[in-house]
Write a protein that binds this ligand. Structure first.
Ligand code: AHG
Ligand code: MN
Ligand code: MN
Length: 334
């Protein structure tokens, strides 16, 4: 029995510290929390309710959608469209932005989200997640367009993810540190279990899809090669490697015990700057990582300072323990 602080109580107490807060944002976060609980339930039931497998459709990125990509996208939209807090949404699974339907009031926030990250893992029962990023809608805009979403990550007012693993967790930042909550299914509440999450500055664990090695740039080749040489190499220490193929799970591991995660720039497909998407994967995770004391970078610039040019734009990602990420950034400068 955990008689702790619920995420609702936590958000309300945070809001009380902000002079002039109207409760609008608190209420928006509550809708996000509700959506994550519904998704946790669907992911957990899996085959019992026939939601696994592919949908035989493709999203805008040319990826085959899983049934759950489509269902969770619906859940997230339905939970967040009605209450009057948002002006529009952008989703990995929607070609264009999603304007708030005319029958609902419009609010002052924009939300970008990936309803089911790591969905290639869903059918094999490995952790997946939901990622979201909230910004203010530009001043004076009531009918936002795609362009109105192109705000750099430094302007995010909140970022978070839900991780559907052995436990369901919600990890949140509103720019005042990072806090983790665990879903207690018996009472249907997320309870604060991981206050003030911080990423150790040093690590001996890296995370990269090595099947892309031949496409990497020289700095990443050098960094990984030095790790692989272990005790006998220039680093003088052995390294460990992990690759889950769910960014949410990798970032959560790094928040828990440190590490460096990379989906770097490569020359596999020169039309793509990277694999991960800036607006609903890289930016929210960068805010969380930086708020936890880590670094998040493309190798050439801070991810949150990248000026977005499209809601589905891709970006190279190198994030995690400060000293290792900074080492790899320094290799990019050489
Ligand atoms: P999504 O399932 O939302 O399309 O994202 C998957 C992403 C990310 O979560 C993960 O780190 C990466 O793609 C895995 O890439 P590989 O398939 O190259 O391992
Ligand atoms: Mn994703
Ligand atoms: Mn996804």
């Amino acid at each position: 029995m955990h008689n702790g602080v619920s995420v609702t109580q936590f958000i309300i107490e945070e809001q009380r510290r902000l002079p002039g807060a109207t409760g609008d944002f608190t209420s928006l976060l509550n809708d996000v929390v509700s959506a994550c609980k519904v998704i946790a339930n669907l992911v957990n039931k899996g085959s019992l309710i026939g939601v696994l497998g592919t949908a035989e459709t493709e999203n805008i990125q040319g990826e085959t959608q899983k049934k759950l990509d489509i269902i969770t996208n619906e859940v997230f939209i339905k939970s967040n469209e009605w209450a009057g807090h948002l002006a529009a949404m952008a989703s990995e699974e929607e070609d264009d932005i999603y304007p708030i339907p005319a029958q609902y009031p419009k609010g002052k926030y924009l939300m970008s989200f990936d309803p089911l990250d790591g969905s290639s893992n869903i059918d094999v029962n490995i952790s997946v997640g939901t990622i979201f990023s909230i910004t203010k809608c530009p001043e004076g805009i009531t009918e936002p367009t795609r362009e109105d979403f192109l705000i750099p990550g430094t302007e995010q007012i909140c970022a978070g993810y839900a991780l559907y693993g052995p436990s369901t967790m919600l990890v949140l930042t509103t720019g005042n540190g990072v806090n983790g909550f665990t879903l207690d299914r018996d009472i249907g509440e997320f309870i604060l279990t991981h206050p003030n999450m911080t990423i150790p500055a040093d690590t001996r664990e890296f995370s990269i899809n090595t099947s892309n090695q031949r496409f990497w740039e020289a700095p990443v080749q050098r960094y990984i090669d030095e790790c692989l040489q272990g005790k006998e190499g220039p680093r003088g220490e052995d390294f460990n490697m992990r690759w889950v193929a769910s960014m949410v799970a990798e970032v959560h591991r790094i928040l828990t015990r440190g590490g460096i995660f990379m989906y770097p720039k490569d020359n596999k497909d020169p039309s793509k700057a990277g694999k991960l998407r800036l607006m609903y994967e890289a930016n929210p995770m960068s805010m969380i990582v930086e708020q936890a004391g880590g670094v998040s970078h493309t190798g050439y610039e801070r991810i949150m300072e990248v000026q977005p040019n499209d809601i589905h734009q891709r970006v190279p990602v190198i994030l995690g323990s400060k000293n290792e990420v900074e080492r790899l950034i320094s290799y990019h400068k050489n």
